[in-house]
Design a protein around this ligand. Sequence first.
Ligand SMILES: [Zn+2]
Length: 92
Amino acid sequence: MAENYTGNDYVHAQPYGICDRCGFKFRLKAMRTEWTNLKVCGDCYDPRPEHLDPPYITPNEGAPLPNSRPDELIEASDDDQLDTSTGRPGFD
Ligand SMILES: [Zn+2]
C-alpha cells in the first residue's frame, strides 16, 4: 500500500459518473453518450440500430430530366370536365 493512501480513490481531474442504465459508478471518461442521450458505461452501451437510419439517397436520384417532354400530347376532352351544375363528368 502506498504511503499516502487515504482510503478513497479520488484522482484529480478524473471525475466519476453514474451510469444511467445500470446505476454503477464509473470514471466519466470511460462512459459514453448513447443515441438515446443516456450517459452509460461500456457494458451498457447500446449502439443505434441501423434500421432507424434512413437510407442514403444520392442527390440526383429520382430527379426529373431537365427539358424533358411528354411522349405524346394528351388532349383534354369535354367528357373529362365536371359539369358545375350537377358535379358529374361530361356535358349533356
Ligand atoms: Zn452501465
